[in-house]
Write a protein that binds this ligand. Structure first.
Ligand code: C2E
Ligand code: MG
Ligand code: MG
Ligand code: MG
Length: 292
């Protein structure tokens, strides 16, 4: 064991680490340094996963997801660096990069794809971003710079985030006032309950993949999804099922009257050019739905 200075939430304190923690700390510092460089050297990019209408499978929106093309390690998933970006303060730069890139891309698609393109853009927001002063102004500026309609942007926040923090609540209300839409991400995994849903200023509820995964086999999961959808509908919210991988899951979620779906069954997260081809091809096969 060794002693390290652990800095968290601005407070420094001395704690004992065992060896595996030592490795984790060293690794986190490595990643942090790497990430700092990545932001400068354009190693980060954004992929877009289609969100479809479960009734007709037509494209309704896309979710922007960040990726890191590391010169040595290859493609690094966000699960391996978002938390480190948050703890090191790099999340602001990362978040701004994703928001700007995705909004610019979305407006370009509107011009190039018209009715075949996505009608909504979802961007993930982390706690640190929502707690910072000036986020609302930044969002307003990005929308204005790109001539993007605020209602076309949907910011995704997690349950625990939307529920607890006063500061976050205020920011969310300001974003709503701006006309931006809000979605509750990963619903079912946090600590709040269905009873809290009506207090949240969100337009959309995304049912977490872990519930969708077992919806066909675990009754409790299916019942929870059903209840979530009913409560959300009562509140006038749109529902999205995350992580749909099979026809069976898509069909069940549709039967449970979930509005939208997202998952590998429909499409994986795609690079911008691929998304454009996917959307164009899909529209060609569904001219009737487009005309409606
Ligand atoms: P999320 O917002 O819940 O995003 C959905 C995740 O599920 C994505 O993982 C997506 O690739 C994955 N996924 C979609 N369909 C399926 C499926 O059918 N099966 C399975 N197994 N997975 C599916 P990804 O891209 O690795 O992102 C993980 C998380 O990292 C995201 O979860 C989000 O919380 C966070 N994240 C990603 N990009 C950003 C970003 O730009 N900013 C922030 N703050 N967080 C981000
Ligand atoms: Mg999300
Ligand atoms: Mg999610
Ligand atoms: Mg999720």
């Amino acid at each position: 064991t060794a002693m390290y200075e652990a800095k968290r939430a601005g407070r420094a304190r001395w704690v004992l680490f065992d060896d595996s923690m030592h490795e984790r700390v060293v690794r986190a510092l490595e990643v942090e340094g790497d990430l700092r460089r990545a932001l400068k050297e354009d190693e980060l990019f954004v992929v877009y996963q289609p969100v479809v209408d479960l009734a007709d499978r037509c494209l309704v929106g896309v979710e922007a997801l960040v990726r890191w093309r590391h010169p040595q390690r290859g493609l690094v998933p966000p699960g391996e660096f978002i938390a480190i970006a948050e703890e090191s303060g790099l999340i602001d730069a990362l978040g701004a990069f994703v928001l700007e890139t995705a909004c610019r891309q979305f407006v370009q698609w509107q011009q190039r794809l018209g009715a075949a393109g996505p009608k909504q853009l979802a961007v993930n927001m982390s706690r640190a971003q929502l707690q910072r002063n000036g986020l609302v102004e930044d969002v307003r500026a990005v929308l204005q710079a790109n001539g993007m309609t605020p209602a076309h942007l949907q910011l995704e926040v997690t349950e625990s985030l939307a529920a607890q923090d006063e500061r976050v609540q205020t920011t969310l209300r300001e974003l709503k006032a701006l006309g931006v839409r809000l979605a509750l991400d990963d619903f079912g995994t946090g600590y709040s309950s269905l009873a809290c849903l009506h207090q949240m200023p969100v337009d959309t509820v995304k049912v977490d993949r872990s519930f969708v995964k077992h919806a066909e086999t675990v009754e409790y999961h299916r019942v929870l999804i059903e209840a979530t959808i009913r409560v959300a509908r009562t509140m006038g919210m749109t529902t999205v099922a995350e992580g749909i991988e099979t026809e069976g899951q898509a069909e069940l979620m549709r039967t449970l009257t979930c509005d939208r779906g997202q998952g590998y069954l429909f499409a994986r997260p795609l690079e911008a050019a691929e998304l454009e081809r996917w959307a164009a091809a899909q529209a060609q096969h569904r001219p009737a739905a487009l005309a409606a």
